[in-house]
Design a protein around this ligand. Structure first.
Ligand SMILES: Cc1cc2nc3c(=O)[nH]c(=O)nc-3n(C[C@H](O)[C@H](O)[C@H](O)COP(=O)(O)OP(=O)(O)OC[C@H]3O[C@@H](n4cnc5c(N)ncnc54)[C@H](O)[C@@H]3O)c2cc1C
Length: 525
């Protein structure tokens, strides 16, 4: 067992059975899987939970139908894992169901072959009458020519990762946020130690692991490079847009060969439209652009014309690591996952788990933990297939609609609302601060943002961020210029996503907000 006090000392030295790099859904799922097998782990994440693709995706729990034509193995994995997650982690899932719809001009052969292709991967796709589908989803285009019903759902990726890491910690795992893997010391074909650095304080820690797993997503190539290994990995950026209101009850997919802006996923009070697939060299340089936003809207409007006139709250991007390069369309690169034992590269205790889907994270963690057990000579089997994922205090407030529901069903008279768009109260912020402190962590505005709905509504933090910063000064979490610096950082991050979707009235409102921030707080954003 690792003493948390050690983590606060400068230049600490830690030992663990498994060092995991990356706090996305794969890394957090792996820490839980290992914990359930009684294996200790330290997870280092250079930012906060879900800083990579796990926080920049569609939130679609795939039925597998999307991959039925291109990759029947990935399609079957999605089907099986989607069904399991609905049973094991229901708190993270809204079981919306899904539709695949073709519009005039779409390939009719593809449409006719679709149910047969789904069947090959065991996926149920039921034909549905056009009149019925238009009644079900009135905003669909009247130009729909065919529709099928599938078992897609929407999933909250933040709750999923926070619940996984919370359970892993209960089982003895250690999470080191804002801690970046800097280098490996390799001796006799093994990583003997890893040097990690806290990106806020600069504190260095040496970790001596028996095994190292890179679950670093699109950064897996960089991590492998630190061990002198070249990975064949393509970084593909996808951009998504969040609508101000929910436009559909079900997930709506375009019934055609996977292409851009094909999917609208409802989640709580909003819908998410996307995505694109653009190759980039540096995963740290992913951000949505105005031309991309316009293109997504134009493509999506063929399925749902209202997408051309609706208001958007923000845009965001994520990067997929696709293993196995391709010279053409990156959508042709497999969306399955790659588990690489780097013993073949003469680094015996390094493993990379990369690619795959949010939907298949549990399976990816299972296969990785199985390999780690084999390498360590441990005969413990996986239990995540049957043990439900417990809900956690950390993940609870990410659910859209929960804060207003709790508020309406009863609140203390002095519990005022700090974020009006999402109705997040002072009491909820205090809960999050308390739970961070209990975990030995320093709460920041960003930490509160990841663990709640603040900054996610139409004002994008324009008003609530200042109120919450002020509340954190009252609670003595901030002093001096700390709160102002955090406010600037928080608003700048929201601005990245807001500016590509601004026109008309929201643009005027954004200009007013900027003037308020500059005038009242002296912030130059
Ligand atoms: C645009 C888009 C849409 C998607 N939509 C869906 C969807 O709807 N459904 C679905 O099932 N899947 C979807 N996916 C895929 C899914 O998001 C990913 O498969 C999944 O999130 C990958 O999780 P991960 O933990 O492997 O990687 P990531 O979430 O990228 O995590 C890697 C982590 O490693 C950290 N890291 C990197 N280097 C270091 C270092 N040196 N030290 C410490 N930490 C480090 C990063 O900060 C990051 O947090 C989508 C992906 C994209 C990009």
């Amino acid at each position: 067992m690792i003493n948390m006090k050690i983590l606060q000392n400068r230049d600490s030295f830690l030992k663990t059975q498994v060092l995991i790099i990356g706090g996305g859904v794969t890394g957090t799922g792996l820490a839980r899987d290992l914990g359930l097998r009684g294996i200790s782990s330290i997870l280092v994440e250079k930012q906060d939970i879900n800083a990579g693709a796990s926080g920049g995706n569609h939130g679609l729990l795939h039925s597998g139908a999307r991959y039925a034509a291109s990759d029947s193995e990935a399609a079957a994995e999605c089907r099986e894992e989607g069904e399991l997650l609905k049973k094991l982690a229901p708190q993270c899932i809204e079981d919306t169901g899904g539709l695949f719809v073709a519009v005039k001009g779409d390939n009719e052969n593809y449409t006719a072959d679709f149910p047969g292709m789904c069947e090959k991967s065991g996926i149920k796709a039921d034909f549905i009458d056009i009149a019925e589908v238009l009644e079900m989803e009135p905003l669909l285009s009247p130009d729909i020519i065919a529709a099928y019903q599938v078992s897609d759902a929407s999933i909250d990726p933040f709750m999923l990762s926070l619940d996984n890491i919370s359970h892993a910690r209960d089982l003895g795992a250690v999470l080191m946020r804002y801690t970046k893997l800097e280098s490996f010391n390799i001796e006799n074909k093994k990583i003997k130690t890893a040097l990690v650095r806290n990106t806020v304080t600069g504190q260095e820690t040496i970790i001596e692991p028996e095994q190292v797993v890179s679950a670093a997503g699109a950064w897996a190539g960089i991590v492998a490079g630190l061990a002198g290994i070249k990975l064949d990995l393509v970084c593909s950026m996808g951009t998504l847009l969040v609508t101000q209101s929910r436009l559909a009850k079900k997930v709506i997919n375009r019934l055609r060969k996977a292409s851009d802006a094909d999917i609208l996923v409802p989640g709580g009070t909003v819908s998410i439209l996307g995505t694109t697939s653009v190759r980039i060299d540096d995963p740290d340089k992913c951000r949505p652009t105005i031309p991309e936003t316009d293109y997504i809207i134009e493509q999506g409007a063929a399925m749902i014309p209202a997408l051309e006139t609706t208001q958007y709250i923000r845009a965001y991007s994520g990067v997929r690591p696709l293993t196995g390069s391709s010279s053409g369309d990156d959508r042709n690169v497999s969306r399955g996952f790659a588990l690489i034992d780097h013993a073949k590269d003469r680094v015996e205790n390094l493993t990379t788990i990369s690619g795959g889907k949010l939907t298949t994270f549990r399976l990816m963690a299972e296969k990785t933990a199985d390999l780690i057990c084999r390498k360590m000579g441990i005969s413990k089997t996986c239990t995540t297939r049957t043990v439900p994922l417990p809900g956690s205090k950390e993940g609870r407030w990410t659910a859209p609609g929960l804060a207003p529901r709790m508020w309406m069903t009863g609140h203390k008279s002095d519990d005022i609302i700090l974020c009006e768009c999402e109705m997040v109260s002072k009491g909820i912020i205090d809960n999050i601060i308390k739970s961070c402190r209990q975990q030995g962590e320093v709460p920041t505005l960003k930490t509160v943002g990841i663990r709640s709905r603040i900054g996610k509504g139409p004002c994008q933090g324009g008003f609530c961020s200042a109120r919450i910063a002020a509340h954190m000064y009252d609670r003595e979490e901030f002093s001096g210029k700390k709160g102002l610096n955090e406010l600037r950082e928080f608003l700048n991050e929201r601005w990245r996503g807001k500016h590509p979707v601004l026109w008309g009235l929201p643009l005027e409102q954004a200009e007013l907000q900027e003037a308020l921030h500059c005038g009242f707080f002296g912030l130059e954003l």
